[in-house]
Ligand binder design. Structure first.
Ligand code: 5CA
Ligand code: ZN
Length: 409
């Protein structure tokens, strides 16, 4: 699949900082030390009801990761998937009486437009589940040959007991895992499974559902976790720097994915850091497709909201926090954007050197975007109240806000 166009990332004077980030698997902060090419996999959308503010907030977090790395003069190898065949997508297409493939195509295109408008850097590879099937089948066959997968009424399941490290992403107990598995696409109550938590790797063809040639697995379609693993291993290999997504992916998705990859390769861990963004709520509940309490980026854009204001609204919240979208959040962002634009259009101001350092330090410290915004606010207030004589400063501020925060002033 094609991704979306990249916006320019201006180079900044001075030195970028290495990223310290919270890792779900170890429960602590780690300083990432990627090679000259940092490797990141971020779980993509299931293409229906896209792009809501919760999606945008999560992709904003991982966009910042890339911007911090780019600022240290590294290249970034970023891979993202599109879950363009899965139960919820098929159910939605069925409910609305539309073709599932057309729905996926149209929603993926809308997502690309929203990502472009929000100045999110595109992945180098943007891969759909359907196009990944030829790579998925041999992995499932290998898991089966290793004794880590088994057949149940034509379906193929992964055996969680095959991975000695299973549980080391989420650290949940069995009861919590079982509950989350039932809520998030698993089938813990299906009779005949070796362990209730075992996830589907390959689902046998069912009447009225799309299916593909699965070699020795028979016709069918891939499970959710193996989709991301196949794409990540194909393009990034094992031991990549960051596996990213929202906190609702910690279990089962990222736990199972890590186990698949670890059994397949015999290496541990799959990723050096598992990074998770908090959940955005609307009217007191997590914004989710199943509840339908959604605010769409495309809708806001159509209503004339500047995408830079949407981005500032996202940046005003720490990525790990759960937070609530309100009209006030957007209004505050619109006001801030107005102040910042006025500030960078003045002919001069106080030196911006310290400010660039502050933004860098804030982001390097577990992506503390709110602290970065506060630093820019302080510079604009000083400029307004005390003026300044540095004619280069407004330009530097504008470039720093663009390069590090993805906001075009
Ligand atoms: N296709 C899978 C990942 S492989 C999937 O979870 N798709 S999704 O469309 O449901 O979500 C896409 C991303 O948005 C995921 O990282 C998910 O964790 C994140 N997300 C979904 N809802 C919210 C929310 N309310 N707040 C923040 N992030 C969210
Ligand atoms: Zn995924």
């Amino acid at each position: 699949m094609h991704a979306w166009p990249a916006s320019e990332v201006p180079a900044l004077p001075g030195q970028g900082r290495d990223l310290r980030i919270h890792d779900t698997a170890t429960g602590g902060s780690i300083t990432l030390d990627p090679g000259p090419v940092a490797r990141i996999y971020v779980c993509g959308i299931t293409p229906y009801d896209a792009t809501h503010i919760g999606h945008a907030a999560t992709y904003n977090a991982f966009d910042l990761v890339q911007r911090v790395w780019l600022d240290t003069k590294r290249q970034v190898h970023y891979v993202q998937n599109v879950t363009d065949v899965d139960d919820p997508l098929l159910e939605r297409a069925e409910r609305d009486g539309v073709d599932w493939a057309a729905l996926a195509e149209q929603e993926t295109e809308l997502f690309r437009e929203d990502m472009t408008a929000l100045r999110m850097l595109p992945p180098r590879q943007y891969i759909g589940a359907v196009e990944a099937i030829p790579g998925i089948v041999p992995l499932v066959e290998r898991l089966r040959d290793l004794g880590a997968a088994y057949e149940l009424e034509g379906d193929t399941y992964f055996s969680v007991e095959a991975d000695p490290h299973f549980g080391q992403v989420s650290h949940l107990d069995a009861a919590a895992m079982r509950l989350l598995s039932a809520e998030r696409g698993g089938d813990p109550d299906r009779p005949g499974k070796k362990n209730p938590l075992d996830p589907m790797l390959w689902s046998a063809a069912r009447e009225g559902e799309p299916s593909w040639d699965g070699g020795s697995l028979g016709r069918g379609r891939p499970g959710w976790h193996i989709e991301c693993v196949a794409i990540a291993l194909d393009h990034l290999g094992m031991g990549f720097d960051v596996q990213g997504g929202g906190s609702d992916l910690v279990f089962p998705h990222h736990e199972m994915g890590a186990s698949h990859a670890q059994v397949l390769t015999g290496e541990f861990p799959m990723a050096k850091a598992y990074v998770h963004a908090g959940m955005v709520a609307l009217h007191g509940e997590k914004m989710s497709k199943s509840k339908g309490n959604l605010v769409f980026v495309s809708r806001l854009r159509r209503d004339g909201v500047d995408p830079a204001a949407i981005r500032l609204a996202l940046l005003a919240h720490h990525y790990r926090a759960d937070w609530e979208w309100t009209d006030q959040v957007l209004q505050d962002a619109v006001t801030r954007l107005g102040h910042w634009r006025a500030a960078v259009s003045r002919p001069d101001g106080p030196s911006a050197e310290a400010l660039v350092d502050e933004i860098r330090e804030a982001l390097a410290n577990d992506l503390d975007a709110p602290a970065a915004l506060a630093a820019v606010d302080r510079w604009t207030v000083t400029q307004e109240q005390q003026g300044g004589t540095d004619a280069g400063a407004p330009g530097i501020v504008s470039r720093a806000v663009d390069a590090l925060l993805g906001v075009a002033l």
